[in-house]
Design a protein around this ligand. Structure first.
Ligand SMILES: *[C@@H]1O[C@H](CO)[C@@H](O)[C@H](O)[C@H]1NC(C)=O
Ligand SMILES: *[C@@H]1O[C@H](CO)[C@@H](O)[C@H](O)[C@H]1NC(C)=O
Ligand SMILES: *[C@@H]1O[C@H](CO)[C@@H](O)[C@H](O)[C@H]1NC(C)=O
Ligand SMILES: *[C@@H]1O[C@H](CO)[C@@H](O)[C@H](O)[C@H]1NC(C)=O
Ligand SMILES: *[C@@H]1O[C@H](CO)[C@@H](O)[C@H](O)[C@H]1NC(C)=O
Ligand SMILES: *[C@@H]1O[C@H](CO)[C@@H](O)[C@H](O)[C@H]1NC(C)=O
Length: 433
């Protein structure tokens, strides 16, 4: 009888206990899940009942912003949110036992968290903000998220700069586990990912997000295979600023240089003008040097353009030097007469000096006051000789001037042809490829 009583009491107690455990508190649930006391088993091991079971970790990366692209160091800085989804086979409960609780958050330190790294990551640790909680669902599925200012390396192809678009990989990889124990997948497909990223994108700066592609695979480090998930992000540069800041000034300077062919060499302005244009172009080259990395194997089209324009203007400076040299090869008429006058002046001075000394007969009456008839004739003769000489030299002078004009015209035509050919080459380079 006593045994029966005790049995009945035990049944009652059990019933009471069961009603207690079906309370609506999270604490009861955590107690049921054995998470209130320290449960090192759940912290340490991959949560599977049979070790041959593979844990599937699904990732969801949303791109919240493109903060900057550094062509020099070939890095892209972005702001991303990553959510990891996986299943813990030990944390399951029946919702009807717990008042319909459908999720509970558990501190991260209490549970095993898959460790996933980004292969191209070049950011420092302080840029990661991990959520301290893991959200657990009744079927054992759980997720946690982190946000990160991710700086990742990307090999840029700057051949078409500034009309380029870059394809960069963000590869998630699990280095701790091999592909047989942990497989990475995506929680959402490409199209949904693209839509979410465009919706949530806060800042893009100079770049526009064009496309995101997802590829999951595996890589080997020689003796083990690791599962990977690659996000291939395609970014389009907005070239407008470079066009107004760089390409248009360059072309304008080239046109200025072309226009300077109309300045006459005699004015002396042409040479200085051309050198000024050359200096302006070298300033633009300095700007370009600040943008592009020096590691580029094949020179970007724009660098070719700069070098070509610089060379053209440099050649035209040389050419205008040659032309002015040719024109100055024979002293021109007014300079010649100046020289004659100077000779005469020096003669006068000599006369003045020798006034008190022994006076030679030819020069005795040179001073204008004492000019004799013979001397006057001689002077006139000299003057006529000089005039004849001058006429001869002017003929030569005209000959040189013709050569200079021919060179100038030929160079001008060559210059324009080279320019047109080069513009075509540049356009083909920018449009194709
Ligand atoms: C909690 O621990 C007890 C005893 O250690 C065990 O019987 C029970 O199955 C555990 N509960 C869960 C949900 O693992
Ligand atoms: C563990 O999984 C393997 C392969 O799936 C299976 O052959 C084995 O029977 C399982 N062991 C247990 C104890 O369930
Ligand atoms: C949950 O518990 C209810 C009643 O206790 C039961 O009917 C139901 O089958 C259980 N569900 C699962 C998934 O075990
Ligand atoms: C990005 O990843 C894809 C697939 O994994 C690969 O084919 C491609 O070469 C990678 N691109 C770069 C720039 O690493
Ligand atoms: C991506 O997923 C959405 C819903 O999850 C679906 O409607 C769509 O067809 C999927 N797209 C592709 C390409 O699988
Ligand atoms: C790695 O991936 C390739 C296909 O991407 C697959 O054929 C191969 O079996 C995988 N290797 C392992 C070890 O899973």
């Amino acid at each position: 009888m006593a045994a029966l009583r005790i049995f009945a009491f035990m049944i009652l107690a059990a019933g009471f206990c069961s009603t207690l455990s079906s309370d609506c508190t999270y604490y009861g649930l955590l107690e049921h899940l054995n998470l209130t006391a320290s449960n090192t088993g759940l912290e340490m091991i991959r949560p599977v009942k049979n070790w041959t079971t593979t844990t599937q970790v699904n990732l969801e990366m949303v791109l919240y912003g493109i903060l900057g692209v550094d062509e020099k160091s070939q890095t892209v800085t972005t702001h991303i949110w990553v959510t990891k989804h996986w299943t813990n086979e030990f944390l399951r409960w029946n919702q009807s036992d717990f008042c319909g609780i459908d999720e509970v958050s558990v501190p991260k330190a209490k549970l095993w968290i898959p460790e996933i790294a980004i292969q191209q990551d070049a950011s420092d640790d302080s840029s990661i903000h991990e959520d301290p909680w893991v959200i657990v669902h009744p079927d054992g599925s759980m997720f946690t998220f982190l946000r990160q200012r991710l700086t990742f390396t990307c090999r840029f192809n700057l051949y078409k700069f500034p009309f380029d678009s870059q394809r960069c990989n963000i590869t998630f990889i699990s280095m701790d586990s091999s592909v047989s124990s942990l497989v990475l997948g995506s929680a959402i497909n490409d199209s949904v990912l693209m839509v979410t990223s465009t919706q949530f994108m806060i800042t893009q700066g100079e770049w526009g997000l064009k496309d995101i592609e997802l590829v999951s695979g595996n890589i080997t480090n020689g003796w083990r295979y690791h599962s990977t998930l690659s996000y291939t992000v395609t970014l389009d540069r907005k070239p407008f600023l470079y066009v107004i800041n760089f390409i248009i000034p360059l072309v304008y300077l080239l046109f200025l240089d072309l226009a300077s062919f109309s300045i006459s060499v005699d004015s002396g302005e042409k040479f200085g003008f051309k050198v000024t244009v050359l200096l302006s172009i070298s300033v633009l080259l300095l700007i370009l040097k600040d943008i592009l990395p020096s590691t580029e194997v094949d020179l970007p089209v724009i660098a070719n353009l700069c070098v070509a324009v610089f060379t053209l203007v440099w050649l035209s400076v040389l050419e205008s030097m040659l032309v002015s040299f040719l024109l100055n090869l024979d002293p021109c008429c007014d300079k010649e007469s100046k020289k004659i006058y100077m000779k005469k002046d020096s003669k006068v001075h000599k006369e003045a000096e020798e006034e008190n000394g022994q006076v030679k007969p030819e020069q005795s009456c040179f001073p204008l006051g004492k000019l004799g008839a013979v001397e006057l004739l001689r002077l006139i003769l000299e003057e006529v000789k000089a005039a004849r000489q001058e006429a001869g030299s002017q003929k030569k002078h005209r000959c040189y001037r013709r050569v200079a004009t021919i060179i100038d015209n030929l160079f001008f035509v060559g210059y324009i042809l080279t320019f047109v050919a080069f513009v075509m080459y540049i356009c083909i380079g920018w449009i194709n490829l």
